[in-house]
Design a protein around this ligand. Sequence first.
Ligand code: LLP
Length: 451
Amino acid sequence: MSMHLSDFNELPSHVWPRNARRNNDGTVTIAGVALPDIVAEHGTPVMVFDEDDFRSRCRDMAQAFHGAENVHYASKAMLSTRIVRWVKDEGLSLDVASLNELLIALRAGFPAERITVHGNTKNREFLQRCVAARVGHVVLDAPGELVELNEIAAEMNQHQSVFVRVTPGVDAHTHEFIATSHEDQKFGFSLAAGDAWQAVVDAHQASNLDLDGIHCHVGSQVFDADGFTLAADRLLELFARVHQELGVQLPILDLGGGYGVPYLADDSELDISGIATDLITAVNNKAAFLGIDPPQVVVEPGRALVGPAAVTIYEVGADKNVQIDDDRYRRYLAVDGGMSDNIRPALYGADYDARVVSRFTDGHQKSTRLVGAHCESGDILIPDFACPADVHTGDLLGLAVTGAYCYPMSSRYNAFTRPAVVSVRDGRAELMLRRETIEDLLSLDVEPDVH
Ligand code: LLP
């Protein structure tokens, strides 16, 4: 890597939160709050969410897709009652993918009618809670679920609005684990095999289900917008068949999430507004061609709204040079977190941008590997980055774009406790999720009864 000395002091503005700045004294602030001050109060690792960054991305997305109600925040990316309240304030809708995600959203006072419920296998209790709470839509993902949800709605003397999740057979060109629209995977009903058509007919005929639309999700961290357009194109043919054979016009086309974000300084940003315009135009044109009313296009972004809003701050610990062959050494810098608070590098080979946030750095840049504190050699946060020589034990290091899928996928490996999560706005920091403690861990530990 060839970077200039000073580059490491810069914060790439398309990767760091919109309100991140480096002060004249070298410390980094977000929304006017100095990150070292947050660390002084809450310790490390700590995650810091820039509230205005998140809200501004919600507004950008709402504008791109012609209305906040058309944007469903995918809460699996990051969920807390405070985030749910931000989403509610911004007028967006909300996606949940488990019973507990639903319960957190309801606890935060999110209007149930603006919630869409996902899940490839929802048990009876989950389905009952959906109907009882009167959620906006349940996304049907399996034949048995369709029958069970209809029974539950009938027992409760209610109607439940539903979408059918369809696999349109589109290759999303992303990591296999987060690509969801090719044929051989667990989600949805296959369009090619005819399962989707059958599910649509069954949902249409079910006495207590109201079929409102079709859903698909091509994958996550997608940069090639053609996947979205191709999926929309195929689903509209299903809309046309529904119109022809069942005599109804389905009002909603839910195209899922997946909008990619830059993680590294060299990555470019996706032009979401351009993609949205192209997508909506393509939908309208295809609908006109098929002779149907154009459905309302709904999207479910998670990462694009919340990923860039947060950074994770660690303290640098061990610093050593490891001989890797006859005349080459690699510098290993360790931080006080790792795969427990961010499994993405180990799981997907995900990349992150790291900067010292407590001061200016200097010195010849050395190829460095950033590792975590866990008992596993694969606990690597950044395999190789150009790090100034003077970075040392005790420095505070920030990793950007950790807002999506880090905290929700965190673990307690090595009995680590989950980090504190703080939100910042207008020069004020407020704790959002407190750090877990050893008492939290021990509180699960049940002693046998001693007689
Ligand atoms: N809608 C559905 C039905 C989904 O399954 C997902 C993500 C989304 C929306 C939101 O996708 P997004 O806009 O955030 O890309 N853990 C992985 C990502 C898994 C995404 C799962 N589904 C990661 O860390 O990259």
